[in-house]
Design a protein around this ligand. Sequence first.
Ligand SMILES: [Ca+2]
Ligand SMILES: [Ca+2]
Length: 323
Amino acid sequence: MFIIILISPITIARAQFSFTLTVTTSKQYYYLGEIVEIYGNLTLDDAPVQNALVGLEVTDSKKSIIIRTLPTSPEPQQNWLIEVLSVIPCDENGNPKNSFSRGGLSFFNITIRNNDIEVRSVLITINIYDSSNAPIGLSTISGYISDNSTATVILSIAIPKTATLGTAQAYANVHSAAPKFGGKPYGPEKSGQFQIISSYVSKTTANLQNLKTLTINTNYTLNGNYTTTFKLPPTISAGTFKVYVSSMYLGYTALNYTTFYVKVPGDVNGDFKVDGIDLALLGAAWWASPIDPNWNPDCDFDQSGRVDGGDLALLGSYWGYKF
Ligand SMILES: [Ca+2]
Ligand SMILES: [Ca+2]
């Protein structure tokens, strides 16, 4: 006798849907200090999926530098399994505080709520971006949260001495695990603002810094699409970067990733060294602008529209650099 196992028709029907998450960067190669734009879309059987969330993680050659949650439509509403209720900049004891010194420690009080009827494993993350929109710190903690309960954690991040002064942003998230390991966002991210001040700042200067504003790309239509931009901090290590994305919607899951490269100014050919080859390439493009036959945009490190002394000086300042 043979036992015939019937495959559930529901399983077959679900398998026919294609749930797809794309991810692209605006360029394949960037110089330190350039703006990176990441975008993609979420589709179910080729139809845009709005009201969903995309987990995003960016890693440099050594570690994660960003873990965020991006919406595919403005302010998605759902019954989120776990929500970030608040993120408040604070001191090490949790007392609210809204400015931190360069070179010092910042702290963030994050409260999450588990709306589910079961215990959930969570990865809580806080990302900070300085007023130039450069990501300057990421702190994470993983653990479990009981069913129907709230939990509060305090995470700390060192403010780099090179951070740009002014209004900084903090983004708090809760994922099931890191997106690079297939973790999905449980709910939308929450953000808060604080000030980065220099160590020896006078009160007048601090007030002036409050006037600085953030430039955020808002020209993108969110219709099943997601996007984020950030400035590559000048202090980050050049090399290979990866962008991992993840999403879950109506029980479907989708993962994807892409790669981009970061070069130092002076590295024309992208071999992560600044040497005589790059100098020769710069020489071949000398004094060229985009209308000239010898124009080479990879030699215009300062993006001034001409290959000139400014670019030669940048090449000189990174001379001998080897990744
Ligand atoms: Ca090179
Ligand atoms: Ca130039």
